[in-house]
Design a protein around this ligand. Sequence first.
Ligand SMILES: Cc1ncc(COP(=O)(O)O)c(C=O)c1O
Length: 407
Amino acid sequence: MSRTESTGAVPSLAERVASLKTTAKPSSIQFEPPVGREVLAWDPVSGWRGQVLMFASNNYLGLWAHPHVSEAVQSAISRFGTGGGGSPQVTGRYTPQRRLEEKFSELRKAEATMLFNSAYAANLGLASALVGGPDVALVDADIHTSFMDGLLLGRGTTLKLAHNQAADLEEKLRLAKTRSGGSVVVAVSGLYGLDATLAPLNRIAPACTRAGAYLVLDDVHSMGTLGEHGRGAAEHFGVEEQVALTVTSFSTLFGVAGAAVSGPADLIEYLRLRAHSFTNSTAPSPLVAETVLAGLEVMEREPERLRQLKQHAAALKAGLAAQGIAATVAGGIGIIRVPPGMDVDWAREFLLRAGLYVHYLPHPAVPRHEERFRVSLSAMHRPEDIQRLIACMAQVWRTAAPASAPH
Ligand SMILES: Cc1ncc(COP(=O)(O)O)c(C=O)c1O
C-alpha cells in the first residue's frame, strides 16, 4: 500500500494532510514591537512591510501594554522569577496564584476558583471530568472545540443544541432529565466569536435552574466586554447567581495565557482532583497571576476603557449598516459576512495595504460559502480608526463584491 492509500471510508493521515494543503491558508504575517493600536507588520513570503492598525488581536480593553501591568510584571519577575513550579496538586501555590483565585471568586460571586494554563485546557478538563457514565451534556452547536474534545474523553452522552435556541434547550432538558438518571451539564458561550451573537442567558439560565442542570458558561469573549462592570454575559443578563461554572480566559483580555474557573466549592474541589489538564500540568506562573491581578485593577480604576469599547462597537455597527454591509457586532467583536463571489484574496491584500489588519475566517473555521471577516475592537483604538475601517470596508465592498450579491 502506498503512503497515500487508505483502506476504507475514513481518509488516511496522508490524505488528510494533502487535502488540508488546498483549503487552509495560515497567515504568514509577523509583527514587530511596540505593541499598540498600530504595529509594524511584515510578510516574509511576499516581502511586504508596513504599519497597520491592529484589528485582529483580542486586546479588548487595551491592557497588554498598560504601564501599571508592565510594572507589576517587572516587580513579579524580580520576586518570583518566571516559573510556575509544578502541578498545583503536588507543589502547592505561590501567593499571587492564591490571591488571583480569591479575586476571581469575589468577581464571579463564587465560592471557589481554580487556575488553568489556558481556557482550552480549562474546557477540556471540565468537560472530561464533569460528563461521564450516565451524565448528559447539552451543548450549543457552536461551543468551542476544547469543550467538545473534553466530552470525547469523558464518554458521557452529548446532545447538540440548535445554536442560541433556548426553546431547543428547554425541550432537550426535559428529555435528558427523564431518560438519563445522571447529571445534566449545559455548556454555552456568553458571546460566540465566530458570529458575534450572545447566548440568550435570560432564558437558558432559569431553564437550567428549574431542571437542576449545571450551567457551564464559557465567558472567553464576554468577560471585559459585556455587562455594566465588564463581568461578562451573565452580568449583562443579570443571571450571575444561576451559572454553576464560569470559564474566563486571560488571553483575550490580559495578554497572557491562562484561565480561571469559578464555581461552588465542592465542584471546584472535585475538578482539582479529576480534571487532568489541571492535575497533570504545571500551574500558570506567579508572573501570569500578577499580570492578571494588575489588569483587573486597571479595569476597576479605569471604567472609561469599557465605555470606549462599547462606543467603538456601536460606531462600527452603525457605520457598516449605513454602508449596506451585513454585519453583527457585540462586545469587542464585529463579524462581516463575505458576500458570495467576492475576491477575498484581493480584499485582504487591499485592506492590508490600506493599513488595516483584520481576521479572515475561512472554511473550515466556518461553513463553506459562509466565510467572514472578523474585527477585534480594543479600547486602545481611536474613534477615527473605526471610521477608517468602515470607509475601507465600503471601498472593498464597492470594488470586490458582485453587484447582485446580497450585502
Ligand atoms: C470561545 C472560546 N473558548 C475557549 C478558547 C480558548 O481560549 P485560550 O486562548 O485561553 O486557550 C477560545 C479561544 O480561541 C474561544 O474562542
